[in-house]
Design a protein around this ligand. Structure first.
Ligand SMILES: N[C@@H](CC/C=C/[B-](O)(O)O)C(=O)O
Ligand SMILES: [Mn+2]
Ligand SMILES: [Mn+2]
Length: 314
């Protein structure tokens, strides 16, 4: 695997400081070295620089919209650049509003995508349905063709065009969905495996049905957008919007191992790690280590172990 890493230290899609530090914490936990240990060729493009946006007054209910729009525009260009070199792109957040940029940039390069959204939340509120005005709860509404009419003119969003069809989105891990979001999921018939389906089917069946759905017509490159709050807070407490009853560490790893073996993973987001939301060092470590291990699963690490083809017993 050839991997291009982009750090996106951005937090203005929500109100809690600290999530901008996720990228450097994941690096400090040894992501690059561990990917190389799995035989990956890794290029770390470093962190994007997000200039401060003064007077970023709310537009309607939307909070800091100009900063969010600008950050995703910048990220979109960076992701497209990484994809132009044929690498699988790893975006380290930062909050989930960044997926507006990562998926836009990915689509600019690879056009039709399958999007696997692993999250406790649907992140598909529209600017008029959002209960908080936080744009990290809205990214998919800006990206999906069928919701284009719900998006008003927003400063610093003029660059953005919808690029994903509702039928090409699959959710895993949902357990905190707002009424407006639920209406949208049903109305657009978006495939969703909430935690109820994870309990009912088991993660193996969920992944089998996820792949059946994604590959039902044409096999497309996969964009995996992984919100660390999809995992149970007992595993990843250091995050801004924790919700009880999440995926186990093992279910999370099974998801990324399974996606890896499709051979179609083209970009992955790892977002919402927030060290300031961890009560202890151990809580931060557990959260960051889970993020690293999930990414290693994306790039070939398997729990059964492995050995080089030319391995000789000593
Ligand atoms: N649905 C809530 C919560 C959003 C959660 C966003 B997250 O999934 O990116 O953590 C909102 O719209 O504010
Ligand atoms: Mn979430
Ligand atoms: Mn999210």
């Amino acid at each position: 695997h050839c991997v291009g890493i982009i750090g996106a230290p951005f937090s203005k899609g929500q109100q809690r400081d600290g999530v901008q530090r996720g990228a450097d914490l994941i690096r400090a936990a040894g992501l690059v070295q561990k990917l190389k240990g799995e035989g990956c060729v890794v290029k770390d493009y470093g962190n994007l620089t997000f200039e401060d946006v003064p007077n970023d007054e709310p537009v309607g209910r939307l909070k800091t919209p100009r900063a969010v729009g600008r950050a995703s525009e910048l990220l979109a260009g960076a992701v497209q650049e990484v994809k132009s070199h044929g690498n699988t792109c790893v975006m380290l957040g930062g909050d989930h509003s960044l997926a507006i940029g990562s998926i836009s940039g990915h689509a600019a390069s690879r056009h039709e995508l399958s999007v696997l959204w692993v999250d406790a939340h649907a992140d598909i509120n529209t600017p008029s349905s959002t209960p908080t005005g936080n744009i990290h709860g809205q990214p998919l509404s800006y990206l999906i063709h069928e919701l284009h009419s719900e998006i008003p003119i927003i400063p610093n969003f003029s660059w953005l065009k919808p690029c994903v069809a509702a039928k090409d989105v699959v959710y895993i891990g949902l357990r905190d969905v707002d009424p407006g979001e639920h209406y949208t999921l049903k109305y657009l018939g978006i495939k969703a495996f909430s935690m109820t389906e994870v309990d009912r089917l088991g993660i193996a069946k969920v992944m089998e049905q996820t792949c059946d759905h994604m590959f039902s017509k044409v096999k497309k490159p996969i964009h995996l957008s992984f919100d660390i709050d999809a995992l149970d807070p007992s595993v990843s407490p250091a995050t801004g919007t924790p919700v009880a009853g999440g995926l186990t560490y093992r279910e999370g790893i099974y998801i990324t191992e399974h996606i890896c073996q499709t051979g179609l993973l083209s970009a992955v987001d790892m977002v919402e790690v927030n060290p300031k939301q961890g009560k202890t060092e151990d809580e931060i470590k557990s959260t960051v280590n889970a993020a690293v291990d999930l990414l290693l699963g994306c790039f070939g690490r398997v729990r059964e172990g492995s050995h080089d083809p030319d391995y000789k017993m000593p």
